[in-house]
Design a protein around this ligand. Structure first.
Ligand code: IMP
Length: 432
């Protein structure tokens, strides 16, 4: 199965980074296809956690080529900082190992300002974004005033490009106090400096990736965020600005649907979300704090505490459908050890109705009451388990029930952050 897509089946932070890292061992190429420096994947390298925001998780494996696809929005400063941080850990970043699409859009310094300004403009506009300028960069892309990575190859044309984008932002700049307004020449100089540093990595990744796929190379397409944050399928408007689902893997890489062989959805054994927006199974008070502490649920990018709740089978079933998941990988099962009972949301009750599908309207999701099925828990810590057979019977029963409710085979179960903690179920479909 040479082309595999990995996507989040919840609201992000499902542990995709660690799964991709495990799969990348056997991959030739790992591709990011959407999002920007809003993503935060933590992988373990030589026993140390490494937070990645733009560069695909495969970078820690020497043999893998990493690609930042056309669907990604690239903050050049964040990218260069990340290259430097990885280099200081001894991970060599060369143009042979990192390729950046000439069609990817650039996040400009004032995109972050625009993101923050919207967040601070009032509670009705607030989305709880990561303030990394991702939304405003995609706005410019769709409004056809964006600057692309490929434009950095032609410094003599950059000024004109920036001028167009600058004019587009006049109303915003004029509303700022004069001492906070960015300076055109300073931004241009900064871009020219980045242009020189980023040039060697710029590639026609669409052609390159298709050639690699045709040559039978194993390609892993790594999604950021999750289905609940997809701009079309998620809890709009409380979403990110890109297609986080499997369709986005095609539009964000240039690899067509006919070349995708396997879609792996990643779901945590419970649910978390950061930022604003509906969350039907969110726990309250002490119960939420307990799960957050047990799961160490704090954002990799912003450090924000994540909202926590029980597994929502309505959401994950919907995710399995819109992504066409071949299988699911279940992560952080170990976190549920010690609960006398574990819960699964199997439906929503809304104004006297029973909903078994995921509604489009966020206000309905705000109002629903989750309908839970309760299963017996397990006391044993799981972090030492190294095979599916070694899991306590109640933990296995929980996983099997999730599989039944979601309607897709669960291929692996993770019981800890290390690569050895990913347990493969005996009946798992083979990924590669
Ligand atoms: P943005 O992507 O920064 O515009 O933020 C939009 C929404 O997506 C907010 O609710 C963020 O908290 C959420 N979000 C963005 N990136 C991630 C991520 O990597 N994990 C989880 N949530 C994210």
């Amino acid at each position: 199965m040479p082309v595999v897509v990995v996507v989040g089946a919840q609201w992000g932070d499902e542990g995709k980074g660690a799964m991709v890292d495990t799969l990348a061992k056997e991959a030739d190429i790992v591709v990011r296809f959407q999002g920007g420096a809003n993503a935060g994947h933590t992988v373990i390298y030589k026993g140390k956690p490494v937070a990645l925001h733009l560069i695909p998780s495969g970078i820690t494996h020497e043999h893998t080529v990493c690609v930042i696809g056309n669907g990604v929005v690239v903050d050049p400063k964040a990218l260069l900082d990340e290259i430097e941080a990885l280099s200081s850990l001894g991970i060599s970043i060369t143009p042979e190992r990192l390729k950046i699409s000439d069609r990817a859009h650039l996040t400009l310094p004032y995109h972050r300002m625009l993101d923050a300004a919207r967040e601070m403009a009032g509670s009705r506009l607030r989305l709880g974004t990561t303030r990394r300028g991702v939304g405003p960069t995609y706005v410019d892309k769709v409004d056809r005033v964006g600057i692309r990575v490929g434009d950095l190859k032609f410094p003599e044309r950059l000024e004109t490009k920036l001028r167009i984008n600058w004019e587009h932002k006049q109303a915003f700049f004029n509303a700022l106090p004069p001492d906070e307004r960015p300076d055109f020449n300073a931004v241009l100089d900064e871009l020219l400096k980045y242009a020189e540093l980023i040039q060697p990595y710029i590639t026609d990744t669409v052609t390159w990736l298709n050639e690699q796929a045709d040559a039978g190379r194993r390609i892993l397409l790594e999604g950021a965020q999750g289905t609940g944050l997809d701009v079309d399928f998620g809890t709009y408007p409380f979403v990110t600005s890109s297609n986080t689902t499997a369709g986005g893997a095609c539009t964000g890489s240039g690899l067509p649907p006919t070349k995708i062989n396997f879609v792996l959805g990643i779901a945590k054994a419970y649910t978390t979300r950061v930022g604003e927006g509906p969350f039907p199974t969110e726990l309250q008070g002490e119960e939420q704090v307990k799960l957050r502490e047990k799961g160490r649920e704090y954002g990799a990018t912003t450090g924000r505490p994540r909202r926590c709740g029980w597994f929502d089978a309505v959401l994950v079933r919907y995710a399995a459908t819109v992504n066409g998941c071949t299988a699911l990988a279940l992560t952080k099962l170990d976190v549920l050890s010690g609960y006398p009972e574990v819960k699964i949301c199997v439906a929503y009750r809304w104004r006297g109705e029973m909903l078994t599908t995921f509604p489009a309207e966020s206000f309905i999701l705000e109002e629903v009451e989750p309908v839970y099925e309760t299963l017996p828990g397990w006391d044993e810590p799981l972090s030492e388990c190294r095979s599916w057979e070694k899991l306590p019977a109640n933990a296995q029963r929980f996983v099997m029930r999730l599989q039944e409710l979601v309607g897709v085979p669960i291929a692996t179960v993770s019981v800890g952050p290390e690569r050895s903690c990913v347990l493969t179920k005996p009946d798992a479909p083979s990924i590669w």
